[in-house]
Design a protein around this ligand. Structure first.
Ligand SMILES: [Zn+2]
Length: 506
């Protein structure tokens, strides 16, 4: 029995190896040697590897503290030197004890302290203050900046991504939802979702959609102007395709969360730049935990009203001890089965869910992808190595891809995620390549898939078969198909980049 198993394993390995192209085999050998040498060599190799997309990235969390300090000075903000946070002026002056934000550039000690305060840099947990606490506290500290900077922030994120051979971003962002939330509070909560939706739509949400569209117009215009897109001086950031995911703050009462969610669904159904919805904020807060069931149910309701709007949900971003054991048992399953999420963000506590094995099987069958954020999970949850369920997801054939979550707060980037996956999770070149392909397949772009089967990359559609994958000159029929599918066009481009990259590996 045992020798039979060994023989099967050898045959399987041989089959996998035989399916690899010479370029893949060469790249795999180089990465394996680099991994043996250490993380620096692996990082240098992986920085250049095509990574396709980053599907889990929060705009404000992706910006580095240095940028926020510059913006704070431009906006004339002050700094509360005790809280190490931005503060508003009182009248024309900073409050007593506060200093102008621009003073950080002449005070190295304060500059250092502010960067630490706005990020995980130099952070060491202490009694009563964990990585989780530090991480989420940063958002309040750099809050208060003018929204006009959002376009520059998108440019920063896109520039960084372009520099790491990425091509597509789905950035989580929160357009102003004040009018919708105010009406939500005014109306109060009612379980009659149908009636509540009507009142919200006519009373505020439809108008709020217009202002949200205008906000995204401004973000895009700034990003394009900052990068000189469409001119001979166009920066590499212009090559990035950027879409947005409307993020809803989950740690609030249902009258606000429902109103904001409705705004997101309405916006995503009319603005093609907004490709989906996600719920954010710490999952272990009192409101997130106590409202979880209700939130999944109203997402289920809204999915029936807007079946074409995509949904990704932070679910299972929890570690044992962070909540009562019962709290670890159902978030991912409800996100999948009740809300109908097509992607899960983090999914770290999956093995603590009730019937974890059947849940994994269901996710694999439904092709629900998990956005894996290794650095963030380490910093916020203290989860690394074998305590991370990446291997469990992979063994169950649940699709997974790597993302950054909050690279500014974490002080990382997507290459770092790939390096961790290679060094700490033992992933090979082909496994990383397939994770990049997985991200391209499960993004929320419209259009048909390049591949004939989900989560399998052997066969392209007949219309594009029989030619070099990602070739520079696809046949006329294939070109036509790619023009009609934004998703397939991105997938073709990823294959093109792999072909170029693998040909250049020494
Ligand atoms: Zn996140």
């Amino acid at each position: 029995m045992r020798s039979g198993l060994v023989l099967t394993a050898v045959v399987c390995l041989a089959m996998t190896a035989a399916a690899q192209t010479p370029g893949e085999l060469k790249a795999a050998r180089v990465l394996a040697a680099d991994v043996k040498q250490g993380p620096l060599a692996a990082h240098a190799f992986l920085a250049k590897m095509p990574k396709g997309s980053d599907l889990h990235v929060h705009l404000s969390g992706a910006v580095y503290a240095e940028t926020f300090l510059k913006n704070g000075a431009e906006d004339g903000l002050c700094i509360n030197t005790t809280a190490k946070a931005f503060a508003k002026k009182q009248g024309s002056e900073c409050a007593k004890g506060d200093v102008p934000a621009e003073s950080v550039f002449k005070n190295q000690a304060l500059y250092d302290a502010m960067i630490n305060s706005f990020s995980m840099r130099s952070f060491v947990p202490s009694s009563g203050w964990s990585g989780h606490d530090q991480f989420f506290a940063t958002f309040g500290k750099f809050g208060g900046l003018d929204k006009k900077h959002a376009g520059e922030w998108v440019d920063e994120v896109a520039s960084r991504a372009a520099g790491q051979n990425e091509q597509y971003l789905e950035i989580m962002h929160t357009p102003d939802f004040g009018p919708s939330a105010s009406l939500g509070y005014k109306l109060g909560w009612s379980d009659d979702l149908e009636a509540l939706r009507e009142k919200l739509l006519t009373g505020a949400v439809r108008e709020n959609v217009k202002s949200a569209i205008a906000e995204i117009d401004a973000v895009e215009a700034t990003r394009k102007s900052v990068a000189h897109c469409g001119t001979p001086q166009a920066a590499p950031a212009c090559t990035m395709t950027v879409r947005y995911i409307f993020q809803v703050l989950r740690a609030f009462p249902p009258q606000q969360v429902f109103a904001q969610t409705l705004l997101g669904f309405e916006l995503a159904s009319v603005d093609p730049r907004v490709v989906g919805i996600n719920y954010v904020q710490p999952e272990d807060t009192y409101m997130s935990m106590s409202e979880y069931d209700r939130q999944m149910k109203f997402l289920q309701f809204l999915k029936t009203k807007y079946p074409k709007v995509h949904l990704s949900l932070h679910a299972g971003e929890l570690a044992p001890g962070m909540v009562a054991p019962e709290g670890l048992k159902f978030h991912i399953r409800e996100a999948v089965e009740v809300a109908g999420a097509e992607r899960i963000g983090h999914g770290v506590d999956v093995m603590y869910e009730t019937d974890a094995d059947t849940l994994l099987k269901e996710m694999a069958e439904k092709h629900v992808m998990v956005e894996i954020n290794l650095t963030s999970n380490d910093g916020i949850l203290g989860i690394t190595g074998k305590n991370h369920p990446l291997a469990n997801y992979r063994a169950a054939k649940v699709p997974v891809s790597l993302s950054t979550d909050d690279e500014g707060v974490s002080r990382g980037n997507l290459t770092q995620e790939y390096t961790r996956a290679a060094m700490e999770q033992g992933l090979t070149y082909l496994e990383l390549k397939n994770m990049a392909r997985t991200g391209m397949e499960h993004n929320f772009l419209p259009g048909e898939d390049l591949w004939t089967q989900p989560d399998a990359w052997g066969k392209p559609r007949a219309v594009c078969a029989g030619q070099a994958l990602g070739g520079d000159r696809p046949t006329a029929k294939c070109t036509e198909f790619l023009k009609g599918s934004e998703k397939a066009a991105q997938q073709w481009e990823l294959e093109r980049r792999f072909r170029v990259f693998e040909a250049g590996v020494q």
